[in-house]
Design a protein around this ligand. Structure first.
Ligand code: NAG
Ligand code: NAG
Ligand code: NAG
Ligand code: NAG
Length: 357
């Protein structure tokens, strides 16, 4: 039984895959309602003046000013995580995902579900390559940021490779940076779909909130502390959905996660991803940090949601975020989402801030 490997099996397409092989489709801004207003002639001049002025006064509005002052995409090369977080934060909170180009359809699918809960404005997309940075910001200015150096896109995609490990290893650093800037942050993998707003479930004032990746059914009133270690001596907490408050405790967990990744570097034999290190970090900090396990019925692993029909029926109406893990392959993930009516990008792209991708 190696449950963790299920998550690791999120294989990315090779170069011949139709999705990754497609040329970048850059659309203009005109398709968004706000932008169509901006582009009406009467509104344009005063707005440009206002935005340029704001761009001087307020760092977060610079993306908009830049759009008018130059059409150059490379402007985004110097856009920082601090600027993106300041731009997107609402109530001191940002929602973050990390995406490379082959995952754009999943990003779009996830975003539609986030937009249905009216939380899309809070999203910061950490682009793992320049094509993604430009594509997202061209469609949705200010919401994507690239933290250099960009991982080598050829090596970053292959599951089990050192490049893949390096790519996932960047996550705790990004999250720590956001905490140090003073924001609360929710991290999501983009092979997730929101069915409801997760924020009301972040009860109390704990440092770190997370979900269990174990498929075993828990009682509805299960405890919210870190579960006991499993067969490998550690827990199977998912690094796919994490909420952190900007507290000493949450920062300590991120630092410990970074250390664990350094202590157990990638090796051909282990083919590690970042999740075991996250679990060791939780294990080592558990005594000093206030941890909170989110309810399984609201945040089930894919190993439960897609595999136990009777459980899904029993917990009907309680599900909040569905994670499409415990499956191998990019196309199989899409097919499964389609089968469960969770693939929204074909019929509902008008609900996405990115439009049709
Ligand atoms: C804003 O954040 C505070 C503290 O995290 C929380 O209690 C409150 O419910 C949030 N308000 C909204 C509107 O989300
Ligand atoms: C991964 O990171 C290590 C350490 O920073 C580096 O030496 C190595 O070249 C990287 N490998 C790839 C394939 O990105
Ligand atoms: C941490 O892991 C060790 C080794 O598996 C285990 O004995 C211990 O109970 C764990 N601690 C917590 C808080 O889970
Ligand atoms: C499926 O869920 C039911 C509860 O609805 C549980 O009793 C059963 O053990 C689960 N089956 C498996 C294979 O985990």
């Amino acid at each position: 039984m190696s449950l963790l490997h299920q998550r690791q099996q999120q294989k990315l397409p090779d170069h011949n895959h139709p999705l990754s092989g497609r040329a970048p489709a850059f659309y203009g801004l005109g398709q968004r309602p706000l932008s169509s207003f901006l582009f009406t002639r009467a509104a344009l001049l005063p707005l440009v003046a206002l935005l340029v002025l704001l761009g001087v006064l307020l760092p977060w509005s610079r993306p908009f000013a830049a759009l008018f002052s130059s059409g150059s995409l490379s402007w985004w090369n110097s856009y920082t995580l601090a600027q993106a977080a300041a731009f997107a934060a609402r109530n001191g909170t940002v929602i973050v995902c990390a995406v490379s180009r082959p995952y754009l359809p999943f990003l779009n699918n996830w975003l539609i579900s986030v937009a249905r809960q009216k939380r899309q404005d809070q999203v910061v997309v950490i682009a793992e390559d320049y094509a993604t940075l430009y594509d997202v910001n061209r469609r949705w200015p200010g919401h994507a940021v690239l933290v250099p150096p960009a991982p080598d896109s050829q090596t970053a995609h292959k599951f089990g490779s050192q490049g893949f490990f390096n790519f996932t290893s960047r996550r705790p650093r990004h999250l720590l940076h956001i905490l140090e800037l003073g924001y609360s942050v929710m991290y999501n993998d983009v092979d997730m779909v929101w069915l409801a707003d997760p924020f009301p479930y972040l009860e109390g004032n704990h440092d770190v909130y997370f979900t269990d990746d174990m498929a075993a059914v828990k009682p509805l009133n299960h405890p919210h502390n870190l579960p006991p270690p499993g067969k490998k001596g550690r827990t199977y907490i998912c690094s796919c959905m994490i909420f952190l408050r900007p507290t000493k405790g949450a920062k300590q967990v991120m630092k410990s996660w970074i250390e664990e990744l350094q202590n157990q570097p990638w090796s051909k034999k282990r083919k590690a991803n970042d999740q075991p290190a996250f679990n060791w970090a939780l294990n080592k900090t558990a005594g000093q940090v206030d941890l909170y396990l989110l309810p399984q019925a609201a945040f089930p692993t894919g190993g439960l949601y897609f595999k136990n029909e009777s459980w899904v029926k029993e917990t009907k109406g309680m599900h909040v975020i569905i994670h499409n893990n415990y499956i191998t392959g990019f196309e199989k993930k899409i097919k499964r989402f389609q089968e469960y009516d969770l693939w929204l990008v074909n019929d509902h792209s008008d609900e996405s801030p990115l439009g049709r991708i």
